[in-house]
Design a protein around this ligand. Structure first.
Ligand code: AMP
Ligand code: MG
Length: 353
C-alpha cells in the first residue's frame, strides 16, 4: 500500500510518499519547504502569507516527492492531506490539491487530522502497539492522551492557556533569540546556567494532567525588565532556566498521567512524545527517565519527524486506508478538530482545544 501525504496546516509545505511493505513501513520520499524566512520579518506566522506560500511551493514539492519515490500517481493507493486543525488558508490549498489529484487519478482521498498524524508517527518509526500514552507538544497544542486505536483518543489533560511551543517561542522573543524559539532556546541554553533564575513551574504538584504556561512568560518579562536588559551571559542563563522550568512542568504533569495510565491500561507498555517540542533533547531525557522508572518503554520519533512533515500525513493515510476509512471529496475542512471531542471542556482565559 502506497500513500502520498500533503501537509499545509501551518508554515511548512510538505509532500511525502510512504509505503506499507511486508517488512514494515518505508518512507520513499519526504520533502519539506519551511516558510521560516517568509515569516521572519514579522516575528511569527502570518496566515495570509502562509497560504500564498503553500500555493507557490506545493505543486513542485508533490512532483519531486513522486519522482524521488520513483513512482507516478497511478501507483499510489491513496492521497492524504491534513484537513485540520490549522490555518484555514493552508488547509484549503493542501486539501483541494489532494482532492483534485484523487479525483483525476481515481484514488482514495484521506482527510487527515494533523494531531492524529503526530500521534501515529511513532507507529511509522517504531513498532509501538495500542494503547500507549502520548505527550503531544507542539506550537499549537500541549496535551496528554491515551492512544487507544486509530481514531480513538482519550484526552487526560490539556493546556489552560498557551501551548508549550508558544511558551518557548514567546520566551525566546522576549530574550531576543529570534524565531522559532524552541530550537533557539535549546541552542542558547547549552552554555547557560539552568538554575540561575527562579522561574515558576505552573501547575506543579497539583492533581490532574492540565498545563499552564502563561505565568512563565510573565516571569521572563519581569526578570528582563527588573534587570534592565540582558547581557549575552544573562541571555544564555535565562534561556537555560526557561528550558528547565518547561521540562519540569511537563515532567510533573506527565508523571500524573503515567500513574493513571498504568492503573487503567496495565497492558499498555509505552510513553510516547510527539510534536515539534519533542525535538528538545533535555525533554527527551526527562521523559526517558520517567518512563523507565515506571517500567514503561520510552519512544520518540527522530527529530525531523517530530516537526510538521508530509510523511506523518501519508502514514496516517495508510493507517486509515487499511481500516477502510476513506473520505468523500466533499469532506469538510476543520480549523478546530479535537482528537477527543468527548473530553470535558476546560475553563481558562486562553483555552484553545
Ligand atoms: P509544530 O507545531 O509541531 O510544527 O512544532 C513547532 C514548535 O516546536 C515551535 O513552537 C518550536 O519553537 C518548537 N520546537 C521546535 N524544536 C524545538 C526544540 N528543539 N526545543 C523546544 N521546542 C522546539
Ligand atoms: Mg504540528
Amino acid at each position: 500500500m502506497i500513500v502520498l501525504g500533503i501537509e499545509t496546516s501551518c508554515d511548512e509545505s510538505a509532500a511525502a510518499v510512504v509505503a506499507a511493505t511486508s517488512s514494515g513501513p518505508k518512507i520513499l520520499s519526504n520533502l519539506i519547504h519551511s516558510q521560516i524566512a517568509e515569516h521572519l520579518p514579522y516575528g511569527g506566522i502570518v496566515p495570509e502569507i502562509a497560504a500564498r506560500a503553500h500555493l507557490d511551493h506545493l505543486h513542485p514539492l508533490i512532483s519531486r516527492a513522486l519522482s524521488e519515490a520513483g513512482i507516478g500517481l497511478r501507483e499510489v493507493d491513496g492521497i492524504a492531506a491534513a484537513a485540520g486543525p490549522g490555518l484555514i488558508g493552508g488547509l484549503i490549498v493542501g486539501s483541494m490539491t489532494a482532492k483534485g489529484l484523487a479525483w483525476a487519478a481515481r484514488k482514495a482521498f484521506l482527510g487527515v487530522n494533523h494531531l492524529e498524524a503526530h500521534a501515529l508517527t511513532i507507529r511509522l518509526t517504531d513498532s509501538v502497539q495500542f494503547p500507549y500514552l502520548l505527550l503531544l507538544v507542539s506550537g499549537g497544542h500541549c496535551q496528554l492522551l491515551v492512544c487507544a486505536g486509530v481514531g480513538r483518543y482519550i484526552r487526560l489533560g490539556t493546556t489552560l492557556d498557551d501551548a508549550v511551543g508558544e511558551a518557548f517561542d514567546k520566551a525566546a522573543k522576549l530574550i531576543g533569540l529570534g524565531y522559532p524559539g524552541g530550537p533557539a532556546i535549546e541552542e542558547a541554553a547549552r552554555n547557560g546556567d539552568h538554575n540561575r533564575f527562579a522561574l515558576p513551574r505552573p501547575m506543579k504538584g497539583r492533581p490532574g494532567c492540565d498545563f499552564s504556561f502563561s505565568g512563565l512568560k510573565t516571569a521572563v518579562r519581569q526578570i528582563i525588565m527588573v534587570g534592565g536588559g540582558l547581557d549575552p551571559r544573562g541571555r544564555a542563563d535565562l534561556a537555560a532556566s526557561v528550558e528547565l522550568a518547561i521540562c519540569d512542568a511537563l515532567a510533573d504533569r506527565t508523571a500524573n498521567a503515567v500513574d493513571w495510565f498504568r492503573r487503567k491500561y496495565p497492558e499498555g507498555d509505552a510513553l510516547v512524545v510527539a510534536g515539534g517540542v519533542a525535538a528538545n533533547k533535555r525533554l527527551r531525557e526527562r521523559l526517558m527517565k520517567l518512563a523507565t522508572d515506571a517500567g514503561l518503554r520510552f519512544a520518540a520519533p527522530p527529530s525531523p519527524l517530530c516537526t510538521d512533515n508530509g510523511a506523518m500525513i501519508a502514514w496516517t493515510g495508510i493507517e486509515r486506508l487499511r481500516l477502510g476509512l476513506i473520505d468523500s471529496l466533499d469532506a469538510p475542512l476543520r480549523p478546530r478538530w479535537p482528537l477527543d471531542p468527548g473530553a470535558p471542556p476546560r475553563s481558562g482565559a486562553g483555552v484553545k482545544a
